[in-house]
Design a protein around this ligand. Structure first.
Ligand code: B12
Ligand code: SF4
Length: 447
């Protein structure tokens, strides 16, 4: 019997933009590795190709689709590359593949995507969307289980009805270790910037404590509403595997808030000596007051970079976005980290509700207090309202024209957002933003 051929891909991304966003360079496509590991284990006789758009361009992708004629192509679009994802989906369909989308953009827009790109649409190029966890549902889709029985699947039936199956969240601790044999680490290492050479990414949490507890920050579009974790033991084992087998020297844990649940973090630190890892760690966290006390503990587990969602320095804006952090603590924390030889990678967003000239200038001036090595790794970026975030719901209330759409002009959505929610006109905000970029990065372009 012919083996099934599966392709998992993300649309191509211009590395120059990408470097600006990450200031470190590309790391592996975790979603694809999780799906492929599960599939390989559960489905004997499947060939899987992972094509990462950080490493390959359109020409390469089109060539592979044409040559391989995959049975199923899975794509994970982001808001900034959805149009490219559709271009690839159309071509994959032309070559006879079933096309499935998943991830943080496809999940909140599942109905819109299926309505506009599904079986009965004028632009049929997507057979199904898998919302939330993709591992089991994708395996069942590939093994041709009846569509109505696949949890998390959204699709259109022959009558044009959109079917949204029951949702299922998986137990992350039951997953087998990731099969890194499908990942060419060297390709990533070659493209990483000197400050980030030999970095690999992991994810120990899905979801965020703050989102589960309060509904989260209004700009945040992570799809998970609840927080789940992979045990500290398994996380350390994963880190050690990456270090010992693949020569990784820094681990970037993409989890949104490494310090919660607090018991998880405590155990992770307590058992650290057992694993004797020398990998440096880059983690994300919320700037809560207790973080200050934890800085000596960060040193013990070898944290050398902390990504801080600072977002704004305006008390009223922080309140409006439901950030739940205090400006005083937020301003102190980066200095305290830096004093302890930990690079604070600060993220500021321009254009949040209540945005004003003074705040934009304050954020830029604040960043300027840090040396270039810190500023260049921090983000002073434009705000875009993203599907799945509370901000998107607020925009739809004011601008119903976006309802029912899957392909959104985000530049326009941003202009609309500023008109309704900021205390500054669009063109003035842009001017202040670009001036801020010049203060922070020494040039008027970024993000
Ligand atoms: C780490 C991270 C990054 C890293 C990526 C590193 C890497 N090599 O992957 C960096 C810093 C580079 C990055 C960049 C950006 N990111 Co980012 N990122 C994340 C983060 C924190 C974790 C992603 C991750 O690794 N998850 C682990 C995997 C296993 O989980 P997963 O992706 O959810 O995949 C599962 C399911 O979603 C599903 N699935 C996913 N894709 C598919 C596809 C198919 C076919 C199927 C069946 C299933 C499926 O199955 C997987 C297994 O269950 C998420 C938020 C989060 N907590 O998830 C934001 C997030 C995905 N990023 C986001 C954004 C906005 C960006 C940027 C645009 C930021 C910017 N302004 O530049 C860029 C865009 C890059 C791009 N175009 O791809 C948004 C998504 C926005 C959206 N709705 O489109 C998120 C949700 C953050 C947020 N708070 O809003 N990001
Ligand atoms: S932005 Fe970060 S802290 Fe806020 S809800 Fe999202 S993941 Fe949680």
């Amino acid at each position: 019997m012919r083996k099934k051929k599966i392709c998992l891909l993300s649309p191509p991304i211009l590395l120059t933009n990408y470097y600006k966003n990450t200031q470190s360079g590309p790391t592996s496509m975790l979603w694809a590795l999780f799906l492929a590991t599960y599939l390989k284990e559960a489905f004997f006789g499947v060939v899987i190709e992972i094509i990462d758009g950080q490493l390959y361009d359109f020409r390469y992708i089109f060539k592979r689709l044409k040559k391989e004629r995959f049975d199923v192509v899975g794509i994970s679009p982001c808001f900034d590359n959805y149009e490219k994802a559709l271009k690839i989906a159309r071509l994959a369909k032309e070559y006879g593949a079933k096309v499935v989308l998943g991830g943080h953009y496809a999940t909140p827009l599942r109905n819109e995507i299926i309505k506009n790109r599904g079986l009965k649409s004028d632009d049929y190029c997507v057979d199904a969307v898998i919302q939330y966890d993709g591992e089991k549902a994708f395996y069942e889709y590939v093994s041709e289980r009846p569509l109505s029985q696949i949890k998390n699947l959204v699709y259109q039936d022959k009558t044009g009805q959109i079917e949204e199956n029951q949702i299922e969240f998986l137990n992350l601790d039951k997953f087998s270790p990731i099969n890194y044999g499908m990942n060419d680490f060297q390709k990533y290492f070659n493209l990483q910037l000197p400050n980030s050479k030999r970095t690999a990414n992991i994810i120990s949490h899905r979801g965020c404590f703050w989102r589960e507890k309060t509904g989260g920050c209004i700009f945040c579009s992570i799809m998970d509403k609840k927080l789940r974790v992979i045990s500290p033991e398994k996380t350390w084992q994963e880190i050690n595997l990456l270090v010992k087998k693949y020569g990784v020297t820094r681990i970037f844990d993409g989890s949104d808030d490494f310090l919660h649940p607090k018991e998880w973090f405590k155990k992770f630190c307590d058992i650290a000596p057992l694993f004797k890892s020398r990998a440096r760690l880059r983690i994300n966290l919320r700037g809560e007051p207790f973080v200050l006390k934890n800085i000596p503990i960060f040193k013990k587990i070898n944290v050398d970079e902390v990504i801080l969602g600072m977002e704004s320095l305006d008390k009223e804006i922080l309140f409006k976005i439901n950030k739940g952090i205090n400006v005083g603590v937020s301003k102190k924390l980066p200095f305290a980290l830096f004093k302890n030889n930990i690079i604070p990678r600060m993220n500021f967003i321009v254009g949040l509700p209540g945005e004003n000239k003074e705040n934009i200038r304050n954020m830029a001036r604040y960043l300027k207090l840090f040396p270039k090595e810190v500023r260049s790794r921090s983000l002073f970026a434009r705000f875009y309202p993203l599907p799945g975030s509370p901000a998107w719901g607020k925009l739809l209330d004011k601008e119903p024209k976006y309802k029912g759409e899957d392909l959104i002009d985000f530049k326009l959505a941003r202009i609309d957002w500023i008109k309704h929610f900021c205390k500054i006109e669009f063109k003035d905000l842009e001017r202040e933003f670009l001036n801020g970029c010049e203060v922070v990065y020494g040039r008027k372009s970024r993000g």
